[in-house]
Design a protein around this ligand. Structure first.
Ligand SMILES: [Fe+2]
Length: 408
């Protein structure tokens, strides 16, 4: 930054505060050719003047009746935390203690009287130049921050659009899942709000970035991109072998997220990918350990996975398929409730039930019918055994749960 670039076209304005009339007149005589000079004899008049004049620099005497220079300076700082007008003490006090006190308060300089006129002018000019440069740097930083903010918003918008396109791609391939991905996002939003309102799992939800999380939820079934059309589009029940292939959508989804993470190592916001990874990996795990692919149980399953399981299955239950009718919302809620502590985290089902009016309003205002994975082959219903800690836990299926397992 060159010196010339900060020299203003206008005259700099200086306010001089001094109770000694002769001293004030001498100061003004020295400075008036170079600067616009206002002089005031007391703190009271100084603060009145400051209501109408914003000087580039303040020259402050220290010893004055009533309010001294140090007090004036302290008041200036106390009344405006962004106070950035350079202050120079111009005083008859010439002991090191007074100078140290003035500079410690934040004064730009400390000049003792009697002063040398050319030196006074030079030190004022130096202080003003430094102040101008500091202000220019501040403006530059503000512009830079604004520019980065705009670019970040644009990148986030682009990221969001890409995610939407990917999720639409998944739905486009899976003929039966019209609207499922977007609707589960809205259901998730209702549950997230309720978790915050009711303080459910508050320690974890406090750390979540809501918008990124909701965007990530669009990717929970991204692995279906890799499932063959014959299985993904089969209008009837899947065989156990076909079901095993379908279940691979979790593993494929994990690979896709890992690939995105590697490709966007330096540019993407990785917290969104972390959410996406959890949602993809754990949305088919079940509280009792009978889910897939890992057979985790209880709080071994990350909370986000348990949450996604609730909205994913509920949306599937109320969906119409070629091989099943859509359930009523109340029947679906009943099934969800019956499977609290079995398929689902009981705390999350309590939360889900507390939001049933909002959910009813969402579904009944016409987001269309929901769809999810093809049906579960009853013959494989006991296939999912979770072997943990050496215990083989066979899973029982209550009658009403057949529908649930057909939907998840
Ligand atoms: Fe899924």
């Amino acid at each position: 930054m060159s010196k010339d670039s900060v020299v203003p076209q206008r005259k700099w304005t200086i306010v001089m505060v001094d109770d000694n009339i002769a001293s004030m007149a001498a100061g003004k005589a020295v400075l008036k050719d170079k600067f616009e000079v206002f002089t005031v004899p007391s703190a009271k008049k100084f603060f009145l003047l400051m209501q109408v004049v914003k000087p580039d620099l303040i020259l402050l005497d220290i010893e004055m009746p009533e309010t001294n220079g140090y007090t004036i300076f302290r008041q200036l700082i106390a009344e405006n935390e962004d106070f950035d007008i350079p202050v120079i003490f111009l005083t008859a006090r010439n002991d090191p203690g007074s100078e140290l006190e003035g500079l410690s308060l934040g004064a730009a300089d400390y000049i003792s009287k009697p002063f040398s006129p050319p030196l006074l002018i030079k030190r004022i000019e130096n202080t003003l130049l430094i102040s101008e440069q500091r202000n220019e740097l501040k403006r530059f930083n503000e512009n830079l921050r604004e520019m980065i903010g705009t670019q970040t918003a644009e990148i986030m918008e682009l990221q969001s659009s890409i995610l939407e396109v990917i999720s639409e791609l998944v739905e486009f391939r899976d003929n039966f899942t019209g609207g499922h991905i977007k609707r589960t996002g809205k259901l998730l939003e209702i549950l997230l709000d309720a978790m915050v309102e009711q303080g459910v799992y508050a320690a974890e939800t406090e750390k979540w970035e809501r918008n990124l999380l909701l965007q990530s939820a669009l990717l929970h079934d991204v692995g279906k991109i890799g499932i063959p059309d014959l299985i993904l589009g089969k209008p009837g029940k899947l065989t156990s072998d076909e079901r095993a292939v379908m279940e691979r959508h979790v593993e494929i989804g994990e690979q896709i997220i890992r690939r995105i993470r590697q490709a966007g190592e330096d540019t993407l916001d990785h917290s969104f990918l972390t959410y996406a990874e959890i949602l993809v990996s754990f949305h088919h795990e079940r509280w009792d350990g009978s889910g897939y692919p890992r057979g985790l149980a209880g709080e071994e399953i990350p909370l986000l996975g348990r949450l996604m399981a609730v909205v994913d299955v509920f949306d599937a239950l109320i969906s119409k398929r070629p091989y099943k009718e859509a359930m009523s919302i109340s029947t679906a809620q009943k099934i969800m409730l019956e499977n609290s502590g079995a398929h689902f985290d009981p705390q999350l089902i309590d939360l889900f039930m507390s939001t049933r009016e909002k959910i009813y309003a969402l579904i009944s205002t016409g987001d269309g019918e929901a769809e999810s994975d093809p049906p579960f082959d009853k013959g494989t219903a006991t296939r999912n055994r979770a072997t943990r800690n050496g215990v083989d836990r066979k899973v029982d299926f209550p009658a009403t749960s057949q529908a649930l397992y057909a939907a998840s």
